[in-house]
Design a protein around this ligand. Structure first.
Ligand code: FAD
Length: 317
């Protein structure tokens, strides 16, 4: 079922979460171990991220280094199919612009269609690690908005391959990313919202946000979206902070702020256990407030660790 159908049928705020594909060479059971503790809360859908290649430098016998492209977390679409098969829950594969030509995008969407997937989250993707800016493939998409347009066109039966006449229309529910604290490359919030609206006008059916810790920023973002004429459902994405490392990693990686009261509590923490306790308490209050605000769904970023999310969902819903 489509994400938007889940939202339309819901009587209250839904619960969903995101997982990362296992590292190449690891057992898929590792991934299931992160999913299983959350199944008792009946997630409406589970997202699976997409990870493009990274460049690694291998030392050669002559002392020089060889630059090698490697994908460390493959299998997004097959993992979505495996999760649906095993748990009977809807899945949302992430599809990015980076590393894909338009033709390859079309082929990926055909695979998803054959596997009976109703949803896709359309993203640009970050620059390749070590490169300062995002570069699309030749004939690839430079922004998520044109990727959304391609999916919408397939939903109308128009394929890139012009030999296809009367192509079977796909029927994907398309999600896109939104940033309550602004995407890090955007000049300002106003231009970022203009480009977000471009994605919705291109055919996106709903928005999922970047993680944030300050609900007031999310509420302001929703208000600004509505004022800009964006009417689709907006799903907040949140992540409990669980380790000492997260305290600097999350703001740096996701370009987000820690509200002062949270930062003050984290400053007192001496161990990962202390951080986890603070993170769970903050997550419970954050989720309760979002539910009270009437969000259609709270989407949790698990990054493979489900214990904190479990505690939050158990208490907040
Ligand atoms: P876009 O919407 O294309 O925006 C990128 C930047 O370009 C923004 O600054 C925007 O303001 C600007 N822009 C947009 N259109 C134009 C235009 N026409 N002209 C000029 N500027 C423009 N990354 C992954 O690699 N894999 C994942 O699985 C993944 N999952 C994610 C899930 C969520 C919910 C979120 C929020 C992010 C995820 N990301 C993922 C990260 C995402 O790919 C990055 O944040 C990326 O830098 C931007 O992606 P986007 O789709 O928001 O890009």
């Amino acid at each position: 079922m489509k994400v938007t159908e889940h939202i339309e049928k819901a009587k209250g705020t839904l619960f969903s979460f995101e997982v990362l594909p296992s590292l190449k060479g690891k057992d898929i059971q590792d991934l299931y171990n992160g999913i299983e503790p959350l199944m008792e809360f009946n997630p409406s859908f589970i997202n699976v991220t997409y990870h493009r290649e990274e460049f690694i430098f291998k030392k050669l016998n002559n002392g020089l280094h060889d630059k090698i492209a490697a994908r460390k977390r493959p299998g997004t679409v097959s993992i979505c199919a495996a999760i649906r098969y095993k748990y009977g829950v809807d899945t949302v594969p992430h599809l990015i612009c980076g590393g894909f030509t338009r033709d390859e995008t079309e082929l990926a969407l055909i695979d998803m269609q054959y596997l009976g997937m109703d949803n896709v989250l359309a993203l640009r993707g970050d620059p390749v690690k070590g490169e300062g800016h995002f570069s699309p493939e030749k004939d690839g998409h430079a922004y998520a908005s044109t990727l959304v347009k391609q999916i919408s066109q397939m939903n109308s039966g128009h394929y890139i391959d012009d030999e296809i006449v009367e192509g079977i229309p796909t029927d994907f529910c398309i999600g896109v990313a939104g940033y309550p604290e602004k995407h890090f490359e955007a000049q300002n919030m106003k231009t970022d919202l203009r480009f977000l609206k471009e994605k919705v006008d291109a055919g996106a059916h709903y928005i999922v946000t970047q993680l944030f810790f300050d609900n007031q920023k999310f509420f302001r973002f929703v208000d600004n979206c509505r004022k800009a004429g964006i009417t689709v459902p907006i799903i907040p994405g949140i992540k409990p902070i669980t380790t000492l490392k997260h305290i600097s990693f999350l703001p740096k990686t996701f370009h987000i702020d820690m509200p002062e009261p949270l930062a003050d509590e984290l400053e007192k923490c001496k161990s990962n256990q202390d951080v986890m306790k603070v993170g769970i308490e903050w997550g419970i209050e954050q989720t309760k407030e979002l539910i009270k605000f009437g969000v259609p769904c709270v989407h949790f970023y698990t990054m493979g660790k489900s214990e904190a999310v479990k505690q939050i969902v158990k208490t907040a819903y």
